[in-house]
Write a protein that binds this ligand. Structure first.
Ligand SMILES: [Zn+2]
Length: 328
């Protein structure tokens, strides 16, 4: 089966034909129907995450798939189930990572990887969903959308009419705009160095770039930072909440001078908004059934084949995309 393999830091992924080990305790064999490219994979390719000693390894952490087989002990899914593949842990066995090989070279994988035609993943990284949930929406429930919904609901606890700024308008940032609009925040403003105005406005948000921020009076109750670099801290209202969702680079410093404004400001970091796949994915499916997520396709700018992944990773780096979805 075909897979996009990270063999070298800062180099294009190699499309290789790989084979997988026999299913071990708690492992699930999944056919990947659709998967999104997340900023986290760009960081892995750049060498900002993980250990280069683990190369070569597989990538990808949000997807939609169909269960083709189960290892011993697996109970939460069965053959033929449609599933979300997610990086956050759900109920189920925390299985050891699968290994793959290519011409007898060992390829490592984490508990979940998705940039391949098929994947062996841990039971606690898949959650079954009804058949009629669209593949692309299901994949977005693996990271971008679930992270955004959970951050807005559980961490930022956005209230009606609050002013929200989203720093960075990639896939996760755009999903934050969708989620903040769902919470009836106002205004909801996206901020990015790249021209993302059309994407943000399609979701009902407003858009500013560094060059035009001085033209308006900026004070936000909530700032959600998806870029891992501190930005816009001066625009936090007294008593506002500043939330980091993207992992900062090691050298990143945050000034805490403003923290005593008003009744005291809050700076918080969150891992995926505390999203709990077992509890939250069924709830998000119902949210979709209610019609509230009917505009989710505005989060997706391109649908591609696995072979085209390197070109689109470069486009993402240049800020030219929203979420890019791969149909292996
Ligand atoms: Zn992600």
């Amino acid at each position: 089966m075909k897979a996009a393999v990270l063999t070298k830091i800062n180099a294009p992924l190699e499309i290789q034909n790989v084979v997988t080990n026999a299913l071990d305790f708690g492992q699930v064999f999944v056919k990947i129907l659709c998967t999104g490219i997340c900023g986290a994979q760009l960081q892995e390719i750049n060498g900002q995450k993980g250990n280069p000693a683990h190369l070569p390894h597989l990538l990808g952490h949000e997807g939609c798939g169909e269960v083709m087989g189960m290892g011993p002990g697996v109970r939460s899914v069965k053959e033929g189930d449609k599933v979300v593949l997610h990086w956050r842990k759900s109920n189920g066995i925390d299985a050891k990572p699968a290994t793959y090989s290519h011409h007898c070279t060992k390829i490592n994988a984490g508990p979940v990887t998705t940039f391949s035609e098929y994947a062996v993943v841990s039971e606690n990284r898949v959650t079954p969903i009804p058949r009629d949930v669209p593949d692309d929406l299901a994949a977005l429930f693996g990271c971008a959308l679930s992270t955004a919904l959970a951050t807005v609901e559980n961490v930022a606890k956005v209230r009606f009419g609050e002013r929200v700024l989203v720093v960075g308008c990639g896939g996760v940032g755009l999903a934050m705009i969708l989620a903040a609009k769902l919470a009836h925040a106002h205004p909801v403003i996206g901020y990015d160095i790249s021209k993302k105005g059309n994407l943000v406005r399609a979701l009902g948000g407003e858009f500013i770039q560094p060059a035009d921020h001085h033209e308006r009076d900026l004070a936000f109750d909530v700032i959600i930072n998806t870029i891992g670099r501190s930005a816009g801290t001066d625009w936090l209202a007294p008593s506002g909440r500043y939330i980091f969702i993207g992992q900062p680079r090691p050298e990143e410093m945050i000034s805490i001078r403003h923290l005593f404004d008003g009744e005291g400001q809050t700076i918080q970091a969150t891992q995926g908004g505390g999203f709990n796949p077992t509890l939250d994915i069924p709830r998000y499916v119902k949210l979709w059934r209610s019609g509230a997520l009917s505009n989710y396709r505005n989060l997706i700018s391109h649908a591609i084949k696995l072979d085209e992944i390197n070109f689109w990773i470069q486009q993402m780096r240049e800020g030219k995309t929203a979420r890019v979805m791969i149909y292996p």
